[in-house]
Design a protein around this ligand. Structure first.
Ligand code: SAH
Length: 238
């Protein structure tokens, strides 16, 4: 079973939103398991200290390497092949490709930072993969871990109703998804685009492709440039 262990000083935040809706139902059905681990349980002193002041001075606190490493070593026993992921604004931006790879593996171990961050030596010594969920700063890694786990869980085979809904959605082919419409046919004087009511599947597919391309070009020039580069490469490879 796909298994997510989450090392955090706020285990009570979990499952939170991961216990509801698609992810929650999938967990109830045994498609995946969630194991929140209280970092403080791995502190050795009476006060269960997990942080200390930054070397070199400056504001805030830093999560201690020894406590974090002890927690990781306990959670990841021998033979545990799950990637160890530190949620961090300084990490590699999360992509759907990374999510797909993680979803097809055994699960993950997520480490949630708090305060100013984590002692760099623990990151190196335990081979942590640093992942960012975007160019903004959260107050802790817990919400980021939930984002990561939610994105993975919905791709576990059998979790989503229709296999094709994952095949078509945004990023699946390097483009944003086309726009969606449903009844009523006329709403506040706005009609559903006629082609969608034509019953001509070829025309509908062509229209959706064109929409996906034009919105990607307009909204995400970065994705568009990458898409064109991949198309170009495919063309020259024949
Ligand atoms: N001083 C740090 C920010 C610490 S925020 C810096 O400037 O880089 C506290 C914790 O929140 C981080 O350790 C990390 O675990 C989490 N976090 C904040 N923003 C994040 C983001 N964009 N993606 C993933 N995790 C994030």
């Amino acid at each position: 079973m796909w298994r997510a262990s989450v090392i955090t000083i706020f285990p009570e935040m979990f499952p939170g939103p991961l216990g509801a809706s698609l992810a929650g139902k999938a967990r109830d059905k045994g498609f995946w398991a969630l194991d929140p681990v209280d970092l403080r349980d791995h502190a050795l002193d009476r006060h269960r200290t997990v942080d200390d002041t930054p070397a070199g001075g400056g504001p805030g606190m830093v999560m201690k390497a020894d406590v974090l490493a002890r927690a990781i070593d306990t959670v990841a026993g021998e033979g545990d092949l799950r990637p160890r992921i530190l949620l961090s604004p300084a990490g590699v931006p999360l992509t759907q490709a990374r999510v797909r790879a993680l979803a097809s593996g055994p699960g993950l171990i997520a480490i949630c930072g708090r305060f100013e961050g984590v002692d760099e030596r623990a990151i190196a010594a335990r081979g942590l993969e640093e992942i960012s969920i975007g160019d903004y700063v959260l107050s802790g890694g817990e919400l980021a871990a939930m984002v990561l786990i939610d994105a993975c869980v919905r791709l576990i085979p059998g979790v989503m109703g229709k296999a094709e809904s994952a095949a078509e959605e945004s990023f699946a082919h390097g483009l944003l998804e086309y726009p969606h419409y449903t009844r009523p046919q006329i709403w506040e004087d706005h009609a559903i685009p006629e082609v969608l009511l034509s019953g001509d599947h070829g025309k509908v597919a062509a229209w959706r492709q064109e929409q996906a391309e034009s919105r990607t070009r307009a909204r995400r020039p970065d994705l568009w440039a990458r898409y064109l580069a991949v198309l170009g490469r495919k063309a020259t490879e024949g």
